[in-house]
Design a protein around this ligand. Structure first.
Ligand code: FVH
Length: 292
């Protein structure tokens, strides 16, 4: 099995390294705080003294660090070790951060593959979830059999920043849901209600709403806008009631931007249309005009 190096032994980096060890790879790890690599040492990993030593130990290095500032901090002094190797960067970041890092890595003579991990550390090594990859397809394919030890991989053609953009979009939907759940819990707690008791109702509602998502996305793609039973006009009033009622309960409101979007939609003549018709109003470029 090929040797693989890993930069970053945080919760996710450690899970990635453990999974690679279980699959039979020789794994070299490096972490800024050396003690955090001890558990991996006990499982058979080699702990490198420097990031450059770790990169030099394998053709493939995986970086899984907190953010892109950390990636630059770690790779900067190790730049000389990158030539002729592949860097797979699984650190969460923005598309622009990827677009800045990728040419720097390739200028050091390395192949660059970006990646977005769509699971939690406990799911690494399992059959569910995905890591999304973009960038150098040939390098990805060369190392795909090794990367398969993490979770199933999907390569996205297009810009090197494609995986980061998908990550951004998917995390947006996740944070939207969690933000709503937290506000719901705070609202219930404002009247000392045990929130666990309401959990089944909340989950049932979310499940029902999730089933609507494919149709919303289809309408976004096609521009179809059938007159729905739940119109933007009706939802604008409901969302405003959520904002007002939340504040009246002494709870911080997170929904106001959604209420404002619905109200903008109504003002733009989309009151009798469905949610998908609001997506153009979110664009910050010239295509902000609403469909007629
Ligand atoms: N954990 C999760 O559920 C998510 C799942 C989806 C993907 N994310 C992303 O994975 C990246 C790493 O996340 P993590 O969970 O491993 O994060 P931490 O446990 O906080 O470990 C952070 C590691 O980064 C190192 N680090 C931070 N700053 C620096 C720096 N300036 N120089 C060198 N290393 C740095 C830190 O080192 P240390 O604090 O132990 O010395 C850890 O190795 C992340 O992008 C998630 O968004 C995880």
């Amino acid at each position: 099995m090929p040797a693989i190096s890993l930069l970053g032994c945080g919760a996710m980096g450690s899970a990635l390294a453990a999974s690679l060890l279980s699959a039979g790879h020789r794994v070299t790890v490096w972490n800024r705080t050396r003690a955090r690599a001890d558990a991996l040492l006990a499982r058979g990993a080699t702990v490198a003294a420097t990031a450059a030593d770790a990169i030099g130990a394998s053709d493939l290095t995986i970086a899984c660090l907190l953010d892109y500032a950390a990636v630059h901090d770690v790779l900067g002094p190790a730049a000389g070790a990158l030539a002729g190797r592949t860097l797979v960067n699984l650190t969460n970041g923005t598309p622009n951060e990827v677009l800045a890092l990728a040419p720097w890595v390739t200028a050091q003579g390395a192949a660059y593959v970006d990646g977005a991990i769509m699971v939690t550390p406990d799911m690494i090594g399992g059959p569910h979830g995905a890591v999304l990859y973009s960038g150098d397809r040939a390098a990805y394919e060369r190392h795909a059999p090794s990367l398969a030890a993490l979770v199933p991989g999907t390569f996205l053609d297009g810009a090197v920043s494609r995986a980061a953009l998908y990550d951004l979009a998917l995390l947006t939907s996740m944070f939207g849901m969690f933000g709503g759940v937290l506000q719901a819990a705070a609202l219930l707690r404002s009247d000392a209600i045990t929130v666990g008791a309401v959990g089944p109702m909340l989950v049932e509602l979310l499940h029902a709403m999730v089933d609507l998502v494919p149709e919303i996305l289809r309408q976004v793609d096609t521009g179809d806008s059938p007159v729905p039973t739940s119109t933007n006009g009706m939802m604008a009033v409901g969302a405003r009631n959520v904002v007002t009622g939340t504040r009246e309960q002494g709870v911080v409101d997170l929904i106001a931007p959604v209420a404002e979007l619905l109200e903008r939609g109504v003002a733009a003549g989309l009151g009798n249309r469905d949610l998908a018709a609001l997506v153009p109003l979110l664009a910050r470029r010239d295509e902000t005009s609403a469909p007629s």
